[in-house]
Design a binder for this molecule. Structure first.
Ligand code: FES
Length: 157
């Protein structure tokens, strides 16, 4: 009679060390993300920190978003649209992607406008705090809100 081979049970949660090893980020960075509310863990019976496997996908999204120049606050805002009580479905991921894409389109428009303004500013050279949209675009329109308001108006976004 042949001996039965058994496959080890697939654990549904990961330790902080496992998440760090699989995601390629350090344990302190994981703790930082958690302190910022970007990822969540829970405690097992031994009071050890455990993460759901879906955290690996979240970490990938966080890292990609950071590479795209998004702030952690923006990333957190986007991730907050995901359900907290279950692993996101394909539809829920798609909805998140749409929102992300809209933000990226806005950023691209702003960068393109900055790029076009750059040539004339290099020729001008005044670097006026009042007039130059590259030098200090937020002061002049600061009362209208955060960000480059003049550029937003020019882009009509
Ligand atoms: S440098 Fe003069 S407007 Fe920008």
């Amino acid at each position: 009679m042949a001996a039965k081979t058994t496959t080890p049970a697939l654990t549904t949660t990961l330790s902080v060390g496992e998440v760090a090893a699989r995601s390629g980020i350090s344990v302190p960075t994981l703790h930082f993300y958690e302190s910022k509310g970007l990822i969540k863990s829970h405690r097992n019976n031994g009071n050890q920190r455990r993460y759901d496997r879906s955290v690996l996908r979240l970490i990938s999204i966080i890292k990609i978003s950071q590479h795209l120049g998004m702030s952690l606050e923006q990333i957190k805002d986007h991730l907050s649209s995901l359900p907290q009580d279950h692993t996101p479905t394909a539809t829920e991921w798609k909805r998140l992607t749409k929102k992300w894409n809209d933000d990226l389109e806005e950023r691209i428009k702003l960068l393109q406008l900055l790029q076009s303004q750059l040539a004339s500013c290099i020729g001008c050279g005044c670097m006026s705090l009042k007039e130059c949209p590259l030098r200090n675009p937020e002061d002049r329109y600061g009362k209208k809100g955060t960000g480059a308001q003049r550029l937003r108006e020019q882009c009509r976004i």
